[in-house]
Design a protein around this ligand. Structure first.
Ligand code: FES
Length: 114
């Protein structure tokens, strides 16, 4: 019973980066990622993926990823690794270390279970 992993189709994107672009009214207790700059960083990251010629990589805007207090948040699949995407420099490091080299930018990874 059930589906075997070997029956799954090949990944359409090898790496899928979801960047929260949620915005809440000012003063909301949970805050939001857009007011911390996530939209500009997302746009920058998308442009860098093109400039670097990274194939099979897609950067998409996401709605709230429900880890608002730790944001601006991004999650990369299929690994399911979460990052605090707090600057253009961090975006560059994630593209180089995680996406290109398969490593981890440990200093920006979100803590487990929070
Ligand atoms: S507002 Fe970005 S994770 Fe909720």
């Amino acid at each position: 019973m059930g589906t075997r992993l070997s029956d799954d189709p090949k990944l359409y994107f090898e790496t899928h980066v979801f960047v929260c672009g949620n915005r809440r009214p000012p003063g909301h207790e949970r805050g939001d990622c857009a007011s911390k700059g996530s939209e500009k960083i997302r746009d920058y990251m998308k442009a860098r993926v093109k400039e670097l010629g990274l194939k099979g990589v897609r950067v998409n805007q996401a709605g709230c990823l429900d880890r608002c207090e730790l944001g601006p948040c991004a999650v990369i699949y299929p690994e399911g690794v979460w990052y605090r995407l707090d600057s253009f420099e961090t975006a560059d490091k994630i593209l180089e270390l995680h996406v290109r080299q398969g490593g981890r930018l440990t200093e920006n990874m979100l803590p487990e279970g929070k």
